[in-house]
Write a protein that binds this ligand. Structure first.
Ligand code: ATP
Ligand code: NAG
Ligand code: NAG
Length: 256
């Protein structure tokens, strides 16, 4: 791998097979659909693509099959300038673990998706930034999260479990940031936009955050979160997941 990779994502890489139909078929029933498309998805890959599109050297660590979808996905990474040095192809169905040696000073963003109720304590301790949405925060802590105030409380609890910093995303309300260096939860609101499809908003947010952490390591986390909110806000204004993720050229200069 080239030395200048700044963001490395370890995560899932999925091919989305999307059919549009008037309703769900019943068991065994065949119905007519009117549109079908194949899209690139997977939370890890989405985050990686958003970071790359913003202009940072990015690499993906994942395994795909030795098949048409796998070949296509690798091409998609290449089209987005994502290094595929650690994308492997396997003949077996199960995805294995890829091992990677990283500089131990490296900064880690952990996104607990899909969330489990009994997340091992090491995951919190290893997270420089633990970033989750409302429902994930709720599952992990048992605390209800429906408001900025709830998110502030839950971020304190997650911080107590050993994370360096916590970000709880709140859809149109932006996010709450809380850091172990200054244990006061800070709401970071976002701009009002007309959302047409919020699928992948969380991944856009995290990909953008990874870009800022890699590119502007001394920028305050709250400022990174404020800018990541604005990137994700662009992504909710058009349909699709990666199709809605903005490129650097689509974003205002103030975000760079
Ligand atoms: N309606 C919206 N208007 C403006 N920004 C939004 C909206 N929805 C989401 N965002 C932005 O996206 C970020 C992540 O959204 P959210 O908390 O809904 O994540 P998520 O539930 O993980 O998303 P998904 O699961 O769809 O990827 C928010 O912090 C915010 O910056
Ligand atoms: C690890 O990364 C930091 C920050 O980029 C750098 O200062 C340090 O020299 C690196 N250490 C090694 C062993 O590569
Ligand atoms: C949080 O993210 C998960 C995917 O990881 C998603 O299933 C869930 O709907 C999201 N919750 C909210 C409140 O958006």
């Amino acid at each position: 791998m080239s030395e200048d990779v700044s963001v490395i994502v370890v995560g899932s890489c999925m091919t989305d097979l999307v059919s549009q139909a008037p309703r769900l078929p019943k068991a065994g029933e065949t119905i007519h659909g009117h549109k079908f498309f194949i899209g690139f998805g997977g939370k890890g890959a989405n985050q990686c693509v958003q970071a790359a599109r913003m202009g940072v050297k990015t690499a993906m660590v994942c395994k795909v099959g030795k098949d048409f979808f796998g070949d296509n996905y690798i091409q998609n990474f290449k089209n987005n300038g994502v290094s595929t040095d650690f994308v492997e192809q396997t003949e077996k169905a199960a995805t294995g673990a890829a091992s990677i040696i990283v500089n131990n000073t490296v900064k880690t963003i952990f996104n607990p998706a899909p969330a489990v109720t009994d997340l091992q304590s090491d995951f919190y301790k290893a997270s420089d930034v633990f970033c989750c949405n409302e429902s994930e925060a709720e599952l992990l802590t048992g605390m209800a999260v429906t408001s900025v105030e709830d998110a502030s409380q839950v971020s304190l609890e997650l911080l107590r479990r050993g994370c360096g910093s916590v970000i709880v995303t709140l859809g149109p309300q932006g996010c709450v940031v809380c850091q172990s260096t200054n244990v006061v939860p800070k709401p970071v609101p976002t701009t009002l936009v007309t959302a047409v499809d919020t699928t992948g908003a969380g991944d856009s947010f995290i990909g953008a955050l990874a870009f800022y952490m890699a590119h502007y390591p001394t920028m305050p986390l709250e400022e990174m979160a404020r800018r990541a909110n604005l990137v994700a806000a662009v992504s909710v204004q058009t349909v699709g997941t990666q199709t809605s993720f903005p490129f650097r050229k689509d974003l205002p200069n103030e975000l760079f």
